[in-house]
Design a protein around this ligand. Structure first.
Ligand SMILES: Cc1cc2nc3c(=O)[nH]c(=O)nc-3n(C[C@H](O)[C@H](O)[C@H](O)COP(=O)(O)O)c2cc1C
Length: 295
């Protein structure tokens, strides 16, 4: 097998992909704010606990310190413009809810509002703040969770992966794509041993990690039915409310097609929550390029 060469990088953050979440925070002066956070994570199942790491210089930092709560709002393709905007503009200068035309809803327990357009809102109460260095980490307990009812299918199963979730990886946003298997599939009885070996063992398959030798291996077209998954053209249209995730003028928005860029759109028309109402006639949206800096 060809030896894999490695290059040393200076120590830094390199765990990707991450969920870029929109954290809504309350302000006693009714000027609630939203900050985008990628340094967020699940840290305990029971009690359910999460963490977010925030630079003390952020406007939101003081708001969280004071209110001791926040809401984590998961982000979707439709919210990706807003997600980026909330990560480059400060609540010191703009009212992000207003600018982005996002809807607030009163939370059940915490003071911070929910962002209605997000499919999942997680109410959190801060229990600790750890001073780590550039960032301080708020450790918080989850006290309530809200999910869009149209993501619950006829059998009562929560279809989170149908909501068009977004991942953030090394400076870019991605729409989650193809499912590669369910939790525990590697030991599932219905996956035959030799199939497993062929697909996942290096020794048996020298060319596996070299793209050039085996172009189709990770390609969409060749192995779509390998695990009995349907061709997922209709992946995002399984739910009862079919129209919700598909636009009539853009039928294939969430379907796989030859046009791979469809998943990585950055055109203005795709960002539902990206503009002020009064800007709707503008040809191009304002651009907020990501600054090159540490998060
Ligand atoms: C994708 C993305 C991820 C970010 N992650 C973090 C983070 O984890 N912690 C942090 O302090 N700032 C993070 N930022 C930067 C803040 O969101 C940004 O400075 C924001 O403008 C602060 O808003 P505020 O001043 O209204 O609080 C991130 C920005 C982006 C675009």
């Amino acid at each position: 097998m060809k030896e894999i060469q490695k290059q040393n990088f200076k120590p830094g953050n390199m765990i990707y992909p991450l969920p870029p979440v929109m954290i809504s925070v309350s302000d006693e002066l009714e000027k609630d704010n939203i900050i985008t956070i990628a340094w967020a994570g699940t840290i305990c199942t029971n009690p359910p606990m999460v963490s977010i790491s925030v630079r003390p210089s952020r406007y939101s930092y003081q708001l969280i310190k004071k209110s001791k709560d926040f809401v984590i709002n998961l982000t979707t393709e439709e919210l990706v413009f807003a997600t980026d905007y909330c990560g480059v503009k400060s609540g010191r200068d703009v009212d992000k809810f207003k600018e982005l035309n996002l809807t607030k809803k009163k939370a059940d327990i915490v003071k911070a509002p929910l962002i209605v357009e997000s499919p999942v809102n997680i109410e959190c109460k801060v229990t600790k703040c750890l001073e780590l260095g550039s960032h301080n980490m708020f450790i918080a307990e989850v006290v309530a969770v809200h999910v869009n009812t149209d993501l619950i299918d006829k059998n009562g199963k929560f279809q989170l992966n149908q909501s068009g979730l977004v991942a953030y990886s090394h400076g870019e946003y991605f729409l989650l794509g193809k499912s590669l298997g369910k939790f525990g599939f590697s030991v599932a009885k219905d996956l035959k041993q030799n199939e497993k070996k062929d697909k996942y063992s290096k020794s048996e398959d020298k060319g596996k990690y070299s793209k050039s030798n085996d172009k189709g291996k990770y390609g969409k077209s060749n192995d779509k039915d390998k695990y009995g998954k349907p061709d997922d053209k209709d992946k995002y249209r399984k739910l009862d409310d079919k129209g919700k995730y598909s636009k009539s003028d853009d039928k294939d928005k969430y379907s796989k097609s030859d046009d791979k860029d469809k998943h990585y759109r950055n055109k203005e028309k795709d960002f539902k929550y990206g503009r002020k109402k009064e800007n709707e006639n503008e040809k191009k949206p304002p651009k907020y390029p990501m600054k090159k800096r540490g998060r």
